[in-house]
Write a protein that binds this ligand. Structure first.
Ligand SMILES: [Zn+2]
Length: 213
């Protein structure tokens, strides 16, 4: 059961194909966990089809085919999600970027027991995996822009609540937070930012240029 979702504007942009690669990756990965967002996106896509139909003489059969194809695709995603739950905690959209399991990921230490892995995307924004040891926190930081954090395994909590596998935290520029990983498993997240994070402590700020976080 997923309780934390991306905000509506992100879902709308995703549906319109207007989101950058890093952000789409986070949303598509969240959707493999979240039936609620899958149906919202499917609904908006269908609605878009009907609106198009009013203004453009595209044959109805063609639109119906598109909608039917999208529904098939969605079912395929659901099926893969169910099958993959058994063998891997990595959502299918993310596997092309990092491999099938976290064991294949090349981690880079960023201090305090926290590891990151930068993901190469074309949109100029930053996507990375973060691994926070169970019970530990990442340094308190604010944002130069928006930040999406999708939990892949383990959990974390901050001022906005508790986030478990499949949950997405969508925070804006104004928020300063210090996520704390739950006790149990290490917390592994996909984090997308549209600007460098702003750490409050002196030491993280000093190492920041070297670790490109
Ligand atoms: Zn959702």
């Amino acid at each position: 059961m997923t309780f934390h979702h991306p905000q509506e504007d992100i879902l709308m942009s995703y549906t319109a194909g207007a989101l950058g690669e890093s952000w789409s990756l986070a949303v598509a990965s969240h959707m493999t966990f979240c039936p609620e967002c899958r149906s919202s996106v499917a609904l908006v896509e269908e609605l878009g089809g009907f609106l198009l139909e009013e203004h453009d003489p595209v044959p109805l059969s063609e639109l119906a085919l598109t909608v039917a194809q999208e529904q098939l695709d969605l079912q395929a995603v659901e099926q893969v999600a169910i099958n993959s739950a058994v063998v891997s905690s990595i959502p299918v959209p993310l596997r092309d970027y990092i491999g099938d399991t976290v064991d294949e990921v090349k981690w880079q230490s960023i201090g305090g027991g926290v590891y990151q892995h930068l993901i190469s995307t074309q949109d100029g924004d930053q996507a990375r995996l973060l691994q926070i040891p169970a019970g530990k926190s990442v340094p308190e930081h604010g944002h130069g822009g928006r930040e999406l954090t999708l939990v892949l395994s383990g959990s974390f909590s901050d001022e906005n609540g508790e986030f478990v596998a499949g949950d997405i935290e969508d925070v804006s520029e104004e928020v300063t937070h210090q996520p704390l990983a739950g006790t149990g498993d290490n917390c592994i997240c996909l984090v997308v930012t549209d600007s460098a994070l702003k750490f409050k402590g002196l030491i993280p700020r000093f190492v920041q240029p070297f670790i490109s976080i």
